[in-house]
Design a protein around this ligand. Sequence first.
Ligand code: AHR
Length: 683
Amino acid sequence: MNLIKLLTRRMSPPKTAAVLFAATAITGFAQTNAPVSIKIQADKITATMPPTFYGLMTEEINFSYEGGLYGELIRNRTFKADAIQQKLKPDAYDSTKYYPPKYPASAAPKFWNTVGGATLVLDADTPLNDALNVSLKVDAAAASKTSPAGVANGGYWGIPLEPKTAYQVSFFAKAAPGFTGPLTASIEGTNGKVLASAVISGVTGDWRKFEATLKTKSLQPSKDNVFKITTTAPGTIWLQEVSLFPPTYKSRPNGDRKDISQLLADARPKFLRFPGGNYVEGNDFVNRFNWKQMIGPVGQRPGHQSCWGYWSTDGFGLPEFLGWCQDIGMEPVMAVFAGYTLNRDHVTNSAALEPYVQEALEEIEYVTGDASTKWGAQRVKDGYPKPFPLHYVEIGNEDMFDRSGSYEWRFAQFYDAIKAKYPQIKIISTTAVQSRTADVNDEHYYESEEAMEGQSFMYDTRDRAKPTKVFVGEWATRVGSPTPSMAGALGDAAWMCCMERNSDIVLMHCFAPLFVNVSKVSGNNRSMQWESDLIGYDALTSYGSPSYYAQKMFSPHEGDEVLATSAQNLPVRTAPAGRGGGSRQIKSLFYSATRDSASGKITVKIVNSADAPQPVTIDISGVKSVAAKGKATVLKAANRTETNSIKDPRHLVPVTEKVKDLGASFTRTFPPCSITVLELEAR
Ligand code: AHR
């Protein structure tokens, strides 16, 4: 785990201050006697909404890909979770080399169990190839017709099964002389009942890939199942890259989970910031995000130790990020490794940085180049014939933690090289720089509800003359675990109003973290490293938090023009003051107004974070007319601690209703703890 940042900044303690405050919050009633009104000047456009305003941020954390979005159901499929890696300082590390790990002697791999009388050993002397330099040796000498022997894998807290569904199993295998086979691949329920199986013959003394389909019949969807490879013939076999895939989103090979992908598609994000956060840095140079080791056939990707404490096979690598973009209709916003890792190692001079700069240029070519370019051709080979649009490249992540000051010159070197070759690409810095003018700077905000609402007018007063624009590349109201409660959604919606109103300077934003596997949220080997994540799931099902629904309400309703707004007599509420205790008055009503220039439709977003209903008069000037009938979509809760969960996934969801009595001036009462999107037909 990223200890440096953990110590430097409050990350994911079991209970953040924000969570504690929420539990004991003195969330007062709206306090105002004067009539509250919001004026919208429809003839005054303050910003053109950037086309890629709402997006997603992603990194391997909380089992986001493996054990999350990535369809793979087998945990530790390459048997490298026990890898013992070399520790190398940047000066000793060659960026073009792969440093193969070693493995503990005579150990069975993590997450694999024996079946029958088999014994399991990690075998570094029988590798599949240089990348997968270990295999699982299964000694099944005791196997017999009445007592099959082999291996079992319980997946990521279960192997999910749906009725009448085809699962694709594949693995590499070889056998010691004398083994006659066959092997049986099966999925069994908790009671040992075989729910799907296939017989696989032809295992010889040479490595070969085997594939089969496991089909279920009618059954109850379940996740407490186990995958097995067994034999009734005595002998010794070796296995590598044992894989099991369910049907994937848009049927993409090596693709993504359908339910989670659908949740994302429904929120209509426009970009994907990848590989976001700490994941691009890595804990040390050997475990940095090394994209060249994350392309090509998955069986030739070595994998690495991800910075949140678990092994990543990198089956979800650079091509898969692009496939994700393609399937959801997002544009990539790509971060490149910038010569600094979470343990605070960094290159010390520009010659040592140059290989990483060249790597970044090649990575851009991989994404954007056509088939005539070296790396564009590799992308085509990896299954993506068309180049991807790439307007933004981010240099590193949170480099304010690099106390050596090296970011200044590291950024400059990347900036100059990328601008020289790709002048159209906008460069994102991760902290302030002096010697170059970054096109955009990435600001991160992880806050309590009160802090988020308290800062939700901050961009209104930002200096417009600054040439560097803002990318809020990570933000979240951190209230609720594993996923945010309604309090989180209220803070988020207030903050999104702020960013929308100020989208002349805030070009893009994305909530973080996006995903959490909620199967085991505490204790050893937990599935969660960071609380308050947007979307939760276990092996079988997934759900959106109230914060997810706030995003889903805002994102498709952005319009393309931001209208001038002002408020009179904004109400306040009493809220906890912060870590020092006490209370303070903070605003309890937040708003933004946008218009779709093609249809003239005006969308007004109103957040009432008080525990009391709030009447608000909305006056719209600069339009010929506003129809009396419109639409309101409302997300509300009886109190701010209400939430969704894996067991109660749709406890809080937005409800859309037809409304009447609208017009150029109307008064509407907004429910307590609510987020409302009003759609007005204006001309
Ligand atoms: O989103 C969780 C982490 O928070 C990210 O990895 C990092 O960028 C930030 O510190």
